[in-house]
Write a protein that binds this ligand. Sequence first.
Ligand code: HEC
Ligand code: HEC
Length: 229
Amino acid sequence: MMNLTRMALAVTLLATVVGCAGINRLRYLGDPTVSPKTLAVAVCASCHGVDGNTTSARFPRLAGQTKDYLLNQMVAFQGRAGMQLSAKRLWGMAGGLTNLDARRMLRVADGLTTDQMRGLADYYSKQSPTPNPIDSGDVPRLEPGRAIYQTGNTRLAVVACQTCHGPAAHGSGPLPRLASQHSGYTVAQLVAFQGGQRGGPAGVAMKQSIAQLTREQMNEVALFLQSLP
Ligand code: HEC
Ligand code: HEC
């Protein structure tokens, strides 16, 4: 009897770990007959939102993100789900291995075929981003954020972000769109680049450009970016 109770508990725990993705829906992964749209709705939507405009700041927005960057990220996530919790570095993941949401993301990525990743990158790049308003109390921080984005900071050797991410922060090719992204997610990525948890060949230029950006400046530039259409 005791064992049965334990087993039931274990099953419940497992279901909680798999979480919003849902065990049965994960079956779609790797099935080439399932369209990217169906995959997006059945598997990714619970975290990223149906059209990639999630309102939850726990997850990055994907709507209108560049196709190349989306594909690069999904490819980079593959093969990392089995990494040990004690591993200090995790390429491409801000939250590190102790972030359960990030671990789920890695499991999902492992199940995708290359064609599915291409299809999903195409799908999200074609969705229209919706506005992501900031709290009114944060409005005074927009101007300092704009200054960092547009001109950088010579004293701290911070390169103007727009040089790479574009004047409207819409990105292009492998350079990601940053506009309307949740500020918390953006800050987490900046911290991860700076600390070396996020890196890889594609991140070298990014890491060097923000090596001395302060935490306060990160918050300011992230709020400015969230406020952009
Ligand atoms: C359980 C929640 C969850 C599910 C389901 C999920 N993701 Fe994610 N995804 C995340 C989290 C969390 C991150 C951010 C990881 C980090 O860097 O900390 C992320 C990051 C990403 C990124 C990188 C975004 C960026 O701006 O760099 C892409 C691309 C992505 N997911 C695509 C997908 C696709 C496609 C699916 C469905 C096949 C999917 N995700 C399903 C949670 C999820
Ligand atoms: C020299 C070019 C360059 C400059 C300057 C630059 N970046 Fe980047 N940035 C990149 C590249 C390339 C990537 C994608 C790295 C990858 O694929 O992992 C990136 C990625 C990012 C990401 C991760 C996006 C996501 O969805 O996960 C954020 C956030 C970011 N940059 C913010 C900034 C900010 C803020 C500044 C200015 C303070 C800045 N960048 C300056 C090249 C640059």
